[in-house]
Design a protein around this ligand. Structure first.
Ligand code: 16G
Length: 167
């Protein structure tokens, strides 16, 4: 049976712009057959992920309860138009706060130039606010910094030291 990654009702609590012809919903287990991994492959290397691997990871994320992968779908042809992920991380600091991480934002190349990246990020912004995150962070390619700045993200002047170790 088709399964939602997270409770779709949380999306109904958000004040989102009117989106004619598009539906905004959680990732579903059936999205494996609707080209979800091909959409992610427009962002980076995905590899050969089998259905079993996909479902196993999907269920781990669902059970963990802090993964919010959202899908923007074209209601006319059921095409996956865009995706973005919010991960909500538990902290002890800031009075046991939660921190949001924005990850894996992709707009299907057939739908670019329609401000759908902006919509995907806005959904995650509203969701992270609704879930009580004290901040939302991201990393991105240099050329996308102006895009994220236009949506209100700031490069912290005294904390511009984003470090990274690749394995
Ligand atoms: C970008 C993505 C990040 C993704 C990474 C993959 C956003 C905001 N950032 O930085 O989430 O995981 O690309 O690139 O979508 P990589 O394969 O080089 O790690």
């Amino acid at each position: 049976p088709e399964t939602d990654l997270f409770n779709p009702n949380v999306l109904k609590q958000l004040s989102l712009p009117q989106t004619d012809g598009l539906s905004i919903r959680p990732l579903k287990s059936e999205d494996y057959d609707r080209g979800f991994l091909q959409l992610l492959a427009q962002l980076t290397e995905v590899g050969n992920v089998s259905r079993e691997q996909f479902l196993s990871r999907f269920h781990m994320m669902k059970n963990a309860g802090n993964y919010y992968v959202i899908i923007i779908e074209d209601v006319n042809d059921e095409k996956l138009v865009a995706t973005a992920t919010l991960i909500v991380e538990q902290k002890f600091i800031h009075n046991c706060a939660v921190r949001g991480r924005l990850e894996d934002v992709v707009v299907n190349s057939e739908y670019r130039g329609k401000h759908l990246g902006k919509l995907a990020v806005k959904i995650i912004l509203e969701l992270s606010r609704y879930l009580g995150c004290y901040k939302l962070t991201l990393d991105c390619k240099d050329r996308l910094i102006p895009f994220y700045e236009s949506l209100g993200f700031k490069r912290e002047p005294n904390n511009a030291n984003y470090l990274n170790m690749r394995f």
